[in-house]
Design a protein around this ligand. Structure first.
Ligand code: NAD
Ligand code: DAU
Length: 354
């Protein structure tokens, strides 16, 4: 049995990216104790972590990061050396219908964590770290050309990205004002296993499988830069261990796709896997009313992370997408659980009359 060298709180560890981060840290660092602190909202699912739930260096604690007293109690119990903060409301469409819950979790929740770290670490910051996981959406939108770098000014357009931008500013303000040891990363769109089917790729996979309409917003011309989620988890590992205090790092896949081209690619992969004739699934494509304030294009320049810390993406997109489709087809029970009940209601409300 190894002794524990660090105790790390991973917030949002039961979500999509969080569960991949928890798995990577639990498996790669047996001398770290990983405490997954998650409120288990609709997006949090302990089934995501079934394979590591019995490991001796893993603990789950149900906690709402906006609840100061509960967060204080958790810090008293575990005396954390570091926090990797992923808990958030993460879906842009939901932020358009309910902005306040995004302010609450993403802004207030982040500040509660920052305050608690500051109070507990009391200026003795040796070996301590607050790692804030953020998004490229804080930079706003690009036109046909150019890339987001770490110097791109913030220009968020959705309530989601505005709340993430505010949280980023608070993180950096705690560094500048109180000297809190922080590091931050801003990542592009992730894809992979355990992705909740409100987001483009898993929603399309699920609808193709069930021969339901494939709702493409606007003309499908919007561009996203897709990164395999396990590559993001590796980037977080790298930045956690080697990142410069007070720095931010862009993380991206160098992998831009127009939504409509991506949906066609998924349709053709799934035609083959489901034994359908070529072009059959693409007939399900339905253009629907655009998302308000829809950012045209995201593209990350991840040169800094590559040259300073040596990270680069490992998977080609087609390969990652095939693996993702295979995972969804092999995990029908997982899909069934997350798409029953509330999901049906969400889907009807979000897509009716669109
Ligand atoms: P997700 O929605 O899948 O998971 C969010 C997790 O946070 C869930 O487990 C949920 O239960 C938990 N949570 C929500 N509110 C909470 C609260 N008040 N207290 C404690 N836990 C709470 O999100 P995701 O896609 O895995 O994103 C994780 C983080 O990465 C977010 O901060 C997001 O902004 C950021 N990010 C996501 C992407 C992406 O493509 N998904 C890209 C870049 C950055
Ligand atoms: O860029 C990083 C961000 O990527 C993260 O910060 C967010 O948490 C994450 O949700 C994601 O945001 P997007 O809005 O880019 O992802 P989403 O999967 O919702 O949509 C991807 C694109 O697909 C976007 O242009 C909108 C479009 N879309 C989405 C859905 C759900 C459709 O055309 N139809 C749909 O039904």
């Amino acid at each position: 049995m190894s002794t524990i060298s660090k105790t790390i709180l991973v917030t949002g560890g039961a979500g999509f990216i969080g569960s991949h981060v928890v798995r990577l840290f639990v498996n790669n660092y047996p001398d770290y104790k990983i405490v997954n602190g998650d409120a288990l909202t609709y997006a949090g699912n302990l089934e995501n972590l079934k394979d590591i739930q019995d490991k001796p260096n893993y603990v789950f604690e149900r906690v709402d990061i906006t609840d100061e007293a509960a967060v204080e109690q958790l810090f008293n119990k575990y005396k954390f050396d570091a926090v990797i903060h992923l808990a958030a409301e993460s879906h842009v469409d939901r932020s358009i219908t309910d902005p306040l819950s995004f302010v609450k979790t993403n802004v207030l929740g982040t500040v509660v964590l920052l305050n608690t770290c500051r109070n507990h670490w009391k200026g003795n910051y040796d070996g301590k770290l607050f790692y804030h996981v953020s998004t490229d959406e804080v930079y706003g939108t690009l036109g046909e050309t150019g890339f987001f770098t770490e110097q791109t000014p913030y220009d968020p357009h959705s309530p989601y990205s505005a709340s993430k931008a505010a949280s980023d500013h608070f993180v950096m303000a705690y560094h500048d004002t109180y000297g809190l040891p922080v590091v931050m990363s801003n990542c592009s769109n992730n894809y992979g296993s355990h992705h909740f089917p409100e987001k483009l790729i898993p929603l399309m996979i699920n609808n193709i499988k069930n021969s339901k309409p494939l709702p493409v917003y606007g003309k499908g011309e919007n561009v996203r830069d897709w990164l395999y989620v396990e590559d993001h988890a590796r980037a977080i590992d790298t930045i956690f261990h080697k990142g410069k205090l007070g720095a931010s790092y862009n993380v991206g896949g160098f992998n831009e796709w127009k939504n409509i081209d991506l949906v066609h690619l998924l349709c053709s992969i799934m035609d083959k896997k489901l034994g359908r004739s070529s072009g059959e699934s693409a007939k399900l494509i339905t253009y629907v009313t655009d998302r308000p304030g829809h950012d045209l294009r995201y593209a990350i320049d991840a040169t800094k992370l590559n040259t300073e810390l040596g990270w680069s993406p490992s998977l080609q997109f087609e390969e990652g997408l095939e693996k993702t489709v295979d995972w969804y087809l092999a995990n029908e029970e997982w899909v069934k659980h997350v798409t029953s009940g509330d999901y049906q209601h969400y889907y009807e409300e979000m897509y009716k009359g669109r």
